[in-house]
Each structure stands twice: as C-alpha cells, then as structure tokens.
Design a binder for this molecule. Structure first.
Ligand code: DLZ
Length: 158
C-alpha cells in the first residue's frame, strides 16, 4: 500500500474504479500556505488524473490545522460530498503546540470519518522544520497531498 501510494503516477485510472461522479471536498489550512498550496495542488491533480471532474472538487480554507476537523465536518455532513481531503502543515516550535494540534486533528478527523461513514483523509504534514515540510510537498519525499487524495480514492472503492 505505502509503495503503491508513492508510485501513484504508475497507477492506471481504473485501479480503484470510476470516480467521475464522485464529489470531493478539500480543506486546506492557511498556516504555511506556501506549502499547503502545493499539497492542495497535488491532491487536485491526483483527483483529476483519476477521472474526477473539476466541477466536483470543492476547496475551502480554514485558518490553521486545528480547524481542519470542523472544516471537514462542515463538508462531510453534506450529502453530495463523497470524500474529504484535509491538508495542513504543522511545524515543531519551542513549545508543545504541535503535539496538541496533531493529536487533536488525528482524533478529530477519525471521529468525523466514522460519524459520517465517509473517507476523510489525513494530509497533515507534521515535521521538525521547514525543510522537512518542503521535502514532503513536491520534494524528495514526494507530495503528501497526492497521497491523501490517493487514500480517499482508494477508500471510495469499498
Ligand atoms: C497557533 C499555530 C501554531 C503555533 N502553529 C501552527 C502550525 O505550525 N500549523 C498550523 O496549521 N497551525 C498552526 N497554528 C494555528 C492553529 O492551528 C489554530 O489555527 C489556532 O490555534 C487558532 O485556533
């Protein structure tokens, strides 16, 4: 699975079934927007490559990653939305803020996913510094937005 996600571009469009009529919500945190924008574009490109229609992809922003959970809930509760992709970057600082945010988001997105019985993918990049984040936004460790979109597509195939 992990290997497959890394090599997403090798996937054939039909690997996970037809998503042309599926509706996707993408929630993007404004914090570190220079990175979250790249992650979001990776997610959108992935959805389009796999057959999603541009008009069926809804993008919304929230102030920071902490707000991803409520943003995800706003979208997941809408009947026409099939899957939600959450994008954020939390970089470690002098305090433990990153721990609190990361755990809250992980727990919160799991809760939303189970409550609405819809894929809510975790595109949260959690790193020690900016370089590690850049490495995961189109750098040497790929693009976590691509992986988050691929996870949502995969989960829709159940
Ligand atoms: C406050 C804060 C800090 C210190 N760091 C980040 C971060 O690295 N990444 C991120 O997405 N958001 C951060 N925030 C903002 C919080 O997520 C949240 O938006 C505020 O605490 C307001 O609820």
């Amino acid at each position: 699975m992990a290997t497959a996600l890394k090599n997403l571009n090798e996937y054939k469009k039909d690997t996970f079934g037809d998503i042309s009529e599926k509706h996707f919500g993408i929630i993007v945190a404004d914090w570190h927007h220079e990175i979250t924008d790249v992650l979001c574009q990776g997610a959108i490109d992935t959805l389009l490559q796999h057959g999603a229609k541009k008009e069926n992809i809804y993008r919304n922003t929230v102030p920071g990653s902490y707000e991803l959970t409520l943003g995800a809930q706003f979208l997941a509760q809408q009947e026409e939305i099939d899957a939600v992709i959450c994008i954020g970057v939390v970089i470690k600082g002098d305090t433990k803020h990153d721990d609190y945010i990361n755990h809250a988001v992980a727990q919160g997105l799991t809760t939303v996913s189970l409550k609405y019985n819809k894929p809510v993918s975790f595109g949260l990049v959690t790193t020690n510094d900016m370089q590690q984040a850049l490495d995961r936004a189109g750098g040497k460790h790929g693009n976590k937005g691509v992986e988050a979109a691929a996870a949502a597509i995969h989960m829709l195939s159940f």
